[in-house]
Design a binder for this molecule. Structure first.
Ligand code: FES
Length: 216
């Protein structure tokens, strides 16, 4: 099995557990929340006795707690999926070639500069949609109806995409395509770019997901 196909198989297994309920009206541009239809029911059932014994403040913390991720072993061109607030968050270490591709496809994107409100925090409002060019951090949930897209990082048609495919993500549900900055292509079912969550770099090897800066 090739490296790419192995990665895709892993990705799909994780992603299929995170269908999401998104706003019916895309103009609201607000995140309503994730509904974990497959894995969620079992997870919630397992957690109820434990969560029920917690104080209210502890329950709130567990539901929205920030997550620290060590990124030192993610190689260029690789992606890791972590869970935050019950949602899959992708961390992708982009190569120079990937970054160069982002600049060459802006006329094919619906919102190349992430001007639409609600999906890109101010710190990521740049052509890379990130704090550091190399690192992309996005919530891996399609802004159409909440499926989780699969990764197809290789340019061209070797992974079954079109010949002019620049590398990115394909949502298996209705075919929405996103680039390597989580930007949606034009004329797709998905109305918006993938959500960039709050995060910051603790140091060169660790990211905190769920906060934009250290808690005071
Ligand atoms: S849920 Fe992704 S294209 Fe419909």
């Amino acid at each position: 099995m090739s490296q790419d196909s192995k990665k895709d198989a892993t990705t799909k297994t994780i992603e299929q557990s995170f269908p999401l309920e998104l706003p019916k009206d895309p103009s609201r541009r607000n995140w309503i929340g994730a509904t974990c239809a497959i894995g969620g029911a079992a997870t919630v059932a397992a957690l109820v006795p434990f969560v029920g014994s917690m104080l209210p403040s502890e329950r709130a913390k567990a539901a929205g707690a920030p997550v620290t991720v060590n990124i030192s072993d993610i190689a260029p061109g690789e992606m890791r999926t972590v869970e935050w607030q019950g949602k899959p968050v992708w961390i992708i270490r982009r190569t120079t070639q990937m970054l160069n591709t982002l600049k060459s496809i802006t006329d094919r994107l619906a919102d190349p500069n992430s001007k639409r409100p609600g999906f890109t925090p101010a710190f990521a409002n740049n052509e890379f949609r990130s704090r550091k060019q190399e690192w992309l951090v996005v919530v891996g949930i399609c802004t159409h109806l909440g499926c989780s897209p699969s990764s197809f990082f290789t340019e061209g048609d070797s992974q079954g995409m079109s010949r002019d495919w620049p590398g990115g993500f394909l949502c298996p549900c209705h075919g929405s395509q996103f680039d390597l900055a989580g930007r949606v292509f034009k004329n797709q079912p998905a109305p918006d770019n993938l959500l960039v969550p709050p995060y910051y770099f603790i140091d060169d090897s660790n990211i905190m997901i769920g906060l934009e800066k250290p808690a005071a």
